[in-house]
Design a protein around this ligand. Structure first.
Ligand code: UN1
Length: 488
């Protein structure tokens, strides 16, 4: 048994203990095991964090972009070399498998490195002028102090992909991570501290909703970036609009995988399995709807369920385990309630109909991988995000009907289409209103150098990652530039 890590907050370059309620990070696989503990911060810590971020803002904005980037590159190296240890901590704290945990830490390093290099890439645009002797330059400038509010499901990658662009573009940050994953938050802050980030540039304040609200409503915050539920994202967007503060919100998804008759069914089964059940389905990009054309439906669904039968559910630190628990007891209860309600409304469970009733799978917050065949699309499970290992299946007569079903959602984050027919693949691009479209790969996954974000209820504000992040983390100053001497 490992000794629990002491949780500390980080403001103005100093680590300190909180003085509010206990802050305890437990293992969702073994809820009586404490991974890390300390005390939450009081709301006045938000004031101190914002004051520190404001005080540091001017100097950081004036630091050459190359130097800012160098800090991120150094942090990337620290994160990378810590990946085996932090990946295991991530698996213990969040519940995804150790392999996924290590991969996520490495991804955070990759994100840091991408944005580290951003300091040496172009920093604006130059236009011709309709007037002689003039150029028009569009320069990018930081927005100021950014509030960052992050979810539990990618405890280091999502914070990295918000904090790295915020910092590289010259902003300072006040960050509140999800209360269930404080340890990984501390690890990321440590990496940046050890990489030489100046005091006040990043401030980490951990605690409950009051801390999040304290950041969102703080008059000293110039912009707010959030990933989490649509309800919270929308309320933050409303609060931001009321104060004239830009908000970027990445929210829910009800992502479809469409399997057409001409697809490579082995490949599709492998990818749908990963998309629906990796990380226990707790990704906003997870596949929660499967649409399969009638011609291959029986065969495909049978294959999928057979593969699920070979999965090992259990402690995420065991090498042979494919799927761990969900994040907490409340998540387990609400996911199971969603499944029970779907069955009540007429769904047929092809697997996962029974909760785990004894042994470690009952003690930990485990939900079995569940496939529900729906009689029609009138069921709540077709529309509502359960954020767990639950896949709802509907059949479609042909590709056109399948795309119509896939687009039948208020959400529009990602979709996966399995076909070898290029015309149909291009048709999917036309027909599906999504931010991310995978052709022949699972609906989850995001590379750091390209835009990430959703359409419809899934996203609000500019996209994240890659150079798209610049849209949110900078504003522009248009400079009409003349030489200062009359020209002849
Ligand atoms: C991924 O698909 O690998 O909260 C990343 C989420 C998304 C990130 C998904 N913002 O799940």
């Amino acid at each position: 048994m490992t000794t629990p890590v002491l949780l500390q907050h980080y403001i103005d370059g100093e680590w300190f203990d909180g003085d509010a309620d206990a802050l305890v990070s437990i293992s969702p696989a073994e809820p009586d095991v404490t991974v890390a503990h300390g005390r939450a911060a009081t709301v006045d810590a938000v004031d101190r964090a914002v004051a520190a971020a404001r005080a540091a803002a001017r100097r950081w904005a004036r630091t050459p972009a190359h130097e800012r980037g160098t800090v991120l590159v150094r942090a990337a190296a620290i994160i990378e070399s810590s990946a085996p240890r932090w990946g295991a901590e991530l698996a213990r704290e969040e519940g995804k498998t150790r392999g996924e945990g290590v991969a996520e830490v490495l991804r955070a390093a990759q994100i840091m490195r991408f944005y580290g290099g951003e300091g040496d890439r172009e920093a604006g645009e130059m236009f011709a002028s309709p007037r002689r002797g003039e150029r028009i330059m569009v320069a990018r400038k930081p927005i100021g102090v950014v509030g960052v509010i992050t979810p539990f499901n990618f405890p280091i990658a999502i914070p990295a992909w918000k904090i790295a662009p915020a910092l590289t573009y010259g902003n300072t940050v006040v960050w509140k991570p999800a209360g269930t994953v404080p340890l990984l938050a501390m690890r990321l802050a440590q990496a940046l501290h050890d990489a030489g980030l100046p005091p006040g540039v990043l401030n980490l304040v951990m605690g409950g909703r009051a801390i999040g609200a304290g950041i969102a409503d703080h008059p000293g915050i110039d912009a707010l970036t959030f990933t989490g539920s649509t309800a919270v994202g929308r309320s933050l967007a409303a609060a931001g609009a009321a104060r004239g503060v830009p908000v970027q919100a990445e929210m829910g998804g009800k992502n479809a995988a469409v399997v057409l008759g001409d697809a490579d069914l082995d490949l599709a089964a492998e990818q749908v399995l990963a998309g629906a059940f990796r990380s226990s389905g707790q990704k906003c990009t997870a596949t929660s709807r499967l649409i399969v054309t009638e011609d291959v439906a029986d065969e495909f669904v049978r294959e999928l369920v057979a593969r699920i039968g070979k999965w090992t559910v259990g402690n995420p630190l065991d090498e042979q385990v494919d799927m761990g628990p969900v994040i907490d007891a409340a998540a387990r209860t609400s996911i199971r309630a969603g499944v029970d309600e779907a069955i009540r409304q007429g769904a047929r469970a092809l697997c996962g109909q029974r909760s785990y009733e004894d042994g470690e799978l009952a003690t930990g917050f485990y939900v079995p991988p569940t496939v529900l065949e729906l009689p029609d699309t009138g069921l709540d499970v077709w529309r509502e995000e359960l954020f767990g290992p639950v896949l709802a299946v509907c059949r479609a007569a042909d590709a056109e009907a399948a795309f119509a079903l896939a687009d039948d959602s208020d959400y529009g984050l990602s979709a996966a289409v399995f076909t070898q027919d290029l015309t149909r693949a291009l048709g999917a691009l036309e027909d599906l209103d999504v931010g991310i479209l995978h052709i022949n790969s699972e609906s989850a996954g995001a590379d750091p150098h390209v835009p990430f974000g959703g359409a419809k209820k899934s996203g609000y504000g500019p996209k994240e990652q890659g150079r798209a992040a610049r849209e949110f983390f900078t504003h522009t100053t248009t400079v009409y530039l003349r030489g200062g001497r009359s020209i002849t």
